[in-house]
Design a binder for this molecule. Sequence first.
Ligand SMILES: *Cc1c(COP(=O)(O)O)cnc(C)c1O
Length: 363
Amino acid sequence: MEVTANTLDRGFYMYQEEFEQKALEVLRSGWYVLGREVGSFESEFAAYIGCRHCVGLASGLDALWIAFRILGIGTGDEVLVQGNTYIASVMGITMNGATPVFIEPDEYYNLDPSKLEEKITPRTKAILVVHLYGQASYMEEIMKIARKHNLRVVEDCAQSHGAKFGGQMTGTFGDIGCFSFYPSKNLGAFGDAGAIVTNNDKIAEDVRIFRNYGSEKRYYNKVVGANSRLDELQAGLLRVRLRHMAELEAQKRHICERYLRELDRDRFQLPEIREGATHIWHQFVIRSERRDELAEYLKSRGIGTLIHYPIPPHLSEAYRHLGFREGAFPITEHYARSVLSIPLYYGMTEEEQDYVIHWMNQF
Ligand SMILES: *Cc1c(COP(=O)(O)O)cnc(C)c1O
């Protein structure tokens, strides 16, 4: 038997007819960028998140760097961000010339609020909160600190569509929530797509203008913007998937509850969920001190795994100029050496799960 880490076509076949119908509808419409489908998706996603505005963009990275650009955060400013995030979060900061200040994660793989205040300086302008792997961060504490020090809060929700803290949706705590709809995300398109959400009318308007070359009215350009437009095809396909989110969320929850019940806790460190937080299971991440050996062993039995992420941003070649050495962030680095994401995808069968659980527990 072969079980890959992720099998994206299963998620397509679940609603094949609806996806194909929508694709044809858009292709035949004669309107392909920023049209009715984008407008409808923006309203429907804003309603799903429970906030006033959603502005569709071309990717999650665009959502991040445009968020900081619109907030006026750039050269000379510092942004606090957890060290074990995907590197795109950090690029969203540095593309504006601002400096990332790394914070060690907690045992839930999210930003540890107790380590925030010691890193705040007069240059600190914002906190970028990443709800990693699908679990909401400890927003109560983070927002308390942000308010006390008058910091902006941007949420990277690329992995947390629908996750909540204290009953409130991630993406609605801070000034701006940034989403990616990359195909493997919980709400995935069939290509690149992203969005920002906000309750602030001015921010929404500024992003709307910025994404289309800085123009509100065609050929009247108010600012030097970007081309970060969401296309009609992706927006239409996202609308189809969004209609089924409750069912899709339940399916992943069912798979992960089984992993939590049946995987051997003496062999692996299984994910834990913070009180007050919900987890939407973008990834099911375990930890093992023999991680590389475990991945090889599973591979030899036809089971695919992934590592999110093997090289933390502060040690990547791209950020060598920041001058960090190995040992600078021990918890972040320990996670990079020991985390492993096991197979999880929409449409995963019981047999495939049996197979993964059986072989994992024989390790
Ligand atoms: C996927 C991801 C991004 C980037 O999204 P893209 O749409 O690929 O640009 C940013 N941050 C996190 C945490 C992600 O997982």
